[in-house]
Design a protein around this ligand. Structure first.
Ligand code: SAH
Ligand code: SF4
Length: 352
């Protein structure tokens, strides 16, 4: 259902230079943009009236012609393990999900970048929805604002953001880049690139161009060590074959001690044999990578199942023996369908 449109200019999602340019015709000093930025991304305030270091006159001007969008979370579910999943209703009635994952000192927001996804990986619930539309930078960054505000209300701080929710971030590079700028900006979230991770199905040119512009971390979903197998699971492999994806991973500029993550969803009897692990270790030989093994998370309508823990351990051990840093991602939020690959718009009957 379409909500009533607010035609005022949305300031959320603008990069700092964009906001400075936007304010320029009003003859306002440049620092105004920074002040506003801090209210929105540091204090998560979206009512101009509360921005007390801006003049009354400026606040009135802003209220009349601008807004700061903050779509409500229509639903928040809390898992037994502390993971929280939020469903956001967007202005056009579409919905996306975001997840907050507490882990030791870390508070990670797993955010979406598209409503649905066009890449159609056979094991992924979002892929099963098909592509509906790109999200705007305002919608993308709002997920982080909402979750950070939730944390700050209980005296905690958002520490990491991962683009591992719904969608392929590198199919929406323009809006995702704007969101990245806000996350990294000193006056915005002020996160270091180490703490912002773009997860991608491996779109080669986009990976390299984003890596050149922003010092963010990358996680690349490999999911199979051979082209034939990978193309079956991830149709995007036909355009971005493994050899090229891994070559791009090797070319991503890295600060010392940092690595690119290779994600690998383990599907029982499909890509989880010791031979697959050996082939993966050959593929990654000498690269500055760490492998993140993700046992498949079941969702409705998927033909796959998750491997036994012994199978996961055996796969991991082959990689470790080859000297590749490997961790198995713990399943988080499974009871509320918030685990990797389980996100869809949460609306029954909307798949396909
Ligand atoms: N489109 C991006 C980011 C979103 S998917 C990408 O593909 O990387 C985030 C991660 O979840 C990917 O590594 C993907 O392979 C994994 N994933 C998708 N469906 C899954 C499922 N059902 N179980 C476990 N992991 C899944
Ligand atoms: Fe899209 Fe990533 Fe899901 Fe593949 S795994 S369908 S790229 S969201």
């Amino acid at each position: 259902m379409e909500q009533e449109r607010d035609t005022r200019t949305d300031l959320k999602g603008m990069t700092l230079p964009e906001l400075e340019t936007f304010f320029a015709p009003w003859g306002k000093e440049r620092y105004r943009a920074r002040q506003l930025y801090r209210w929105v991304y540091r204090k998560f305030v979206h009512d101009f009236g509360e921005m007390t270091d801006l003049s009354k006159e400026f606040r009135n001007l802003l209220s009349a012609s601008c807004r700061i969008s903050a779509p409500p979370a229509e639903r928040v579910e809390v898992s037994a393990d502390g993971t929280e999943k939020c469903l956001f209703r967007l202005q056009d009635g579409e919905a996306v999900e975001s997840v907050l994952i507490p882990d030791g000192d870390r508070r990670t927001a797993c955010i979406s970048s598209q409503v649905g996804c066009a890449l159609g990986c056979g094991f992924c619930a979002t892929g099963g929805m098909g592509f509906r539309r790109d999200m705007t930078s305002a919608e993308i960054v709002h997920q982080a604002c909402f979750l950070a505000k939730r944390l700050s209300d209980r005296g905690e701080r958002l520490s990491n953001v991962v683009f591992m929710g719904m969608g392929e971030p590198l199919r929406n590079v323009r809006e995702v880049s704007r969101a990245i700028e806000i996350l990294l900006s000193q006056d915005g979230f002020g996160l270091s690139g180490k703490r912002v991770t773009v997860s991608t199905a491996g779109l080669v040119p986009e990976m390299l161009s984003v890596a050149e512009k922003y010092p963010v971390s990358f996680a690349v979903s490999l999911n199979a060590p051979r082209d034939g197998q990978r193309s079956l699971l991830m149709p995007v492999n036909r355009k971005n074959p493994l050899r090229e994806v891994v070559a791009a991973m090797r070319r991503i500029p890295l600060q010392s001690g940092r690595k690119v993550t290779a994600e690998y969803v383990l599907l029982s009897g499909v890509n989880d044999s010791p031979e697959d692990a050996a082939a993966l270790s050959r593929l990654l030989r000498g690269a500055r990578v760490k492998v993140n093994l993700i046992p498949f998370n079941a969702h409705e309508g998927s033909p796959y199942s998750d491997p036994a823990p012994e199978t996961v351990n055996r796969f991991r051990d082959v990689l470790l023996a080859a000297g590749i840093q490997t961790i198995t991602r713990e399943r988080r939020g499974g009871d509320i369908r918030a685990a990797c690959g389980q996100l869809c718009s949460g609306i029954g009957g909307k798949r396909g």
